[in-house]
Write a protein that binds this ligand. Structure first.
Ligand code: PEP
Ligand code: MG
Length: 556
């Protein structure tokens, strides 16, 4: 019998296929004692396994490129953490086997992380994944992860570790569904980068029967279990229609009556550029430069290395706009050499611009590298700071840009409610705003973006979030300046129309979403978008807002 489940759609498209579960067996090695003379050999085995897993993660990263590469390299670094390795050695010296030593040392570290607050949830999943890989190698059993199958399938997992998401083969993995994770979790961002339909935060996903047929609608978040032949045909028809509309949509982003809304790409480095160019991005709306900093947890990349990476991205958009965000370290993106280790609540601590103002030399090097990278290029360079709280922050950033001799527009991200509430005051210091709706939702609703249980509050359709978008856009209009959106909200085609109706001036998203947003925006006039925006803001919940906007746009 057909049943329908609902999660959060995070990557567009429809996938119909058989369920295959992720290999998640928790491998707990037996707690057996070894004689002292075997300790050295076991320590050697443990180290070899750690090195092999780190090399494998790095190789997967090289294969995947882009944001995925940075995430996998960060995981490889977890595997090689000197303190963890020292702990493993200690445990083996007092009688553990290599596999048990790894298992126990990682479990101990896991407890420390889990006790450090909910924000660590994402890192705990990474840590478990690394541990399982090392233990599997030592035991000589298959690696946990994506199932071995020659037939295409729908992948089901509790949460996808970055190492697996990066290796999903779009020709075999028709789509994926996870029980955990929110719409702005890094797994969701990676899924969109891959371009496979995905639904996250689906309660009961792990109980779906292996081999059952499901239809996944990554746009609506619906999963149809054992869909009837009619339902399958209907979904396939809808998917075909969407594809045809996509193929027909080219050119700059605009409403049907010609109101221009530039569609820009979110990139993590030069390797994301080809997909952005192919999708017809009119520039880059968010260059997440922190991915360049993940190679070495002890120091910033050299100025030369930064110049090289920035130049490659800038050169790809001659005459286009490229918005570079300076380093956003801390909270879900900690860096050992910058992020304080002892904060009780890092999402509310020294992160983003606060970190850079505490380490002016890091900001200076980054801005100088950007100035050098842009020299002689016709590109419109814009540089923005993450996590700007108030006018003082905005001034400190603009001063640093001027001091570095940067010929660019300076901007502030609106990710903290105070910045939206006082946007006009911030605009006295900078020339544009960019709404980071992922963090803005997190801070507006006190809902950690890594935690699946609060994904309802992370929904960018929340009317309170739309109110803050509207305040920011209004302020920019009043000041004659621009206000874009670069959070994941921009990648939802209907929400993109609502954001346009709220007065947002550009939309930036993962490259795979650009054709969907372009095609949907082209169907409606600016006045329709404005009416949809008003209807959404008048609602009392995200679901009602979504339905109200849909109703206006479909003329009901
Ligand atoms: C955001 O917070 O919306 C954003 C674009 O930044 P990030 O997702 O990198 O924190
Ligand atoms: Mg952010």
């Amino acid at each position: 019998m057909e049943t329908t489940l609902r999660g959060v759609g995070v990557s567009h498209g429809v996938a119909i296929g058989e369920v295959r579960h992720m290999g998640t067996a928790v491998l707990e090695p037996p707690a057996k004692q070894i004689p002292a003379e075997e300790a050295e050999r076991e320590q050697g085995r443990a180290r070899q396994a750690v090195e092999a897993v780190a090399a494998d993660l790095n190789a997967r990263g090289n294969l995947a490129g882009g944001e995925a590469q940075a995430v996998l390299e960060a995981q490889a670094m977890i595997a090689q953490d000197p303190e963890l390795i020292a702990d493993v050695d200690r445990r083996i010296a007092v009688g553990s086997t290599a596999e048990r030593g790894i298992y126990d040392a990682f479990s101990h570290y896991r407890e420390l992380l889990a006790g450090a607050g909910e924000y660590m949830a994402g890192r705990v999943a990474d840590l478990d994944d690394v541990r399982n890989r090392i233990v599997a190698r030592l035991l000589g059993v298959p690696m946990p992860g994506v199932p071995d199958s020659d037939e295409p399938y729908v992948l089901i997992a509790r949460d996808l570790a970055p190492a697996d998401t990066a290796l999903l083969d779009p020709t075999l993995v028709l789509g994926f569904v996870t029980e955990e994770g929110g719409p702005t979790s890094h797994s969701a961002i990676l899924a969109r980068a891959l371009g496979v339909p995905a639904v996250v935060a689906l309660p009961g996903a792990c109980e779906l029967a292996e081999g059952a047929v499901v239809a996944v609608d990554g746009s609506t978040g619906e999963i149809f279990v054992s869909p009837s032949a009619e339902k399958q045909a209907e979904l396939e028809k809808q998917a075909e229609e969407r594809k045809a509309a996509l193929a027909a949509s080219t050119g700059p982003g605009a409403t049907s009556d010609g109101h221009k809304v530039p569609l820009l790409a979110n990139v993590g480095g030069p390797s994301d550029v080809p997909a952005a160019v192919e999708a017809g991005a009119e520039g880059v709306g968010l260059f997440r430069t922190e991915f360049l900093f993940l190679d070495d947890s002890q120091k910033a990349p050299s100025e030369e290395k930064q110049v090289e990476a920035y130049r490659q991205v800038l050169e790809a958009f001659p005459e286009g706009r490229v918005v570079v965000r300076v380093l956003d370290a801390g909270a879900d993106k900690p860096l050992d050499f910058l992020t304080p280790a002892d904060e009780p609540n890092p999402a509310l601590g020294v992160r983003g611009l606060r970190t850079l103002l505490d380490h002016p030399e890091v900001l200076r090097t980054q801005l100088t590298a950007l100035a050098k990278a842009a020299e002689g290029l016709p590109v419109y360079l814009e540089v923005m700071a993450p996590m700007v709280a108030d006018r003082l922050d905005a001034k400190a950033f603009a001063d640093a840009c001027r001091a570095a001799g940067l010929q660019a527009k300076f901007g502030a991200m609106v990710e903290i409610p105070s910045a939206a509430l006082r946007a006009r005051s911030i605009l006295q210091e900078v020339e544009f705003l960019s709404l980071g709706t992922n963090d803005l939702a997190q801070y507006t609703f006190a809902a950690d973006r890594q935690v699946g249980a609060v994904s309802r509050l992370q929904d960018p359709w929340q009317p309170a979030l739309l109110d803050l978008v509207s305040l920011s856009a209004e302020a920019a209009r009043a000041e004659g300046k621009s206000c874009g959106v670069c959070g994941e909200a921009a990648s939802d085609p209907v929400l993109a129309c609502v954001l346009t109706g709220l007065g947002v001036t550009s939309l930036s998203m993962g490259a795979a979403s650009i054709p969907y947003v372009r095609a949907t925006l082209a169907k409606y006039t600016l006045a329709q978008c404005e009416r949809a925006a008003a209807a959404a803001r008048a609602a009392d919940s995200a679901d009602e807002a979504r339905a109200a906007a849909q109703a206006v746009l479909s003329g009901e």
